[in-house]
Design a protein around this ligand. Sequence first.
Ligand code: MF3
Ligand code: CO
Ligand code: CO
Length: 264
Amino acid sequence: MAKVKPKNNVEIKKMEAAGKLAAETLDMIAEHVKPGVSTEELNTLCHNFIVERGGIPAPLNYRGFPKSVCTSKNEVICHGIPSEEDILADGDIVNIDVTAIVDGFHGDTSRMFFVGNVSKERQQLVKDTYDAMMLGINTVRSGSMLSDIGKAIQEFAEAKGYGVVRDYCGHGIGRIFHEQPMVLHYDPKDPRLDMRLRKGMTFTIEPMINVGTYDGITLDDDWTVITADGKDSAQFEHTIVVTDTGCEILTKSPKGLDCPPYSA
Ligand code: MF3
Ligand code: CO
Ligand code: CO
């Protein structure tokens, strides 16, 4: 795999600031996610929150993406585009994916949110997806293999009958939004895609887990990816930095709102 340069301490401090702002944005939005709200309103709230704190929402105009966050509901795997016409309804599950740039560095994180009363099945998918992400994160330390992440996620998710999305992956992150390495959430059994992790490497882990097939279809808007079988999909994402003994999660929720239900 291409060489991946670890960040120095100054760079990691900046990654911490970016990760914190992204996480705070998701903390802020939690109470606004309810039936009747449009994803456009959620987009505007996130956009303003980031800009008011001196950040830049990275998705806006990124490769032509038209909004400041991604909002991916129910059967949408990822890259859902916020819209006034997209109104949250009781029982929906929605992923909000925030990437903030602070002082030139990116922090990228997403969480699922429950809209009103959500079925047991959907709640279970969301919990399992969070657990899958954390199992991947917990493999990471200086000296561990990149592929350990995907192995842990795939083993857990497939044992429960889920499909692990292949077409989108986690990614190195820093001054550049998406850089090396590619962080697969399954094991491609290809040594060319593997590498030994080193202290200071920064990347995301962001598994997309489907109730049915892992295959997706991109809609005519050229962004929105839905499951090929129309079944539900969920995703969580953290940005992390590798340390000697494990990793530091740069996008942890300051309010402890990492996984729903957020008010019990
Ligand atoms: N935040 C997404 C990720 O996790 C990327 C969104 S790209 C966009 O990598 F253009 F759709 F915003
Ligand atoms: Co990402
Ligand atoms: Co993201």
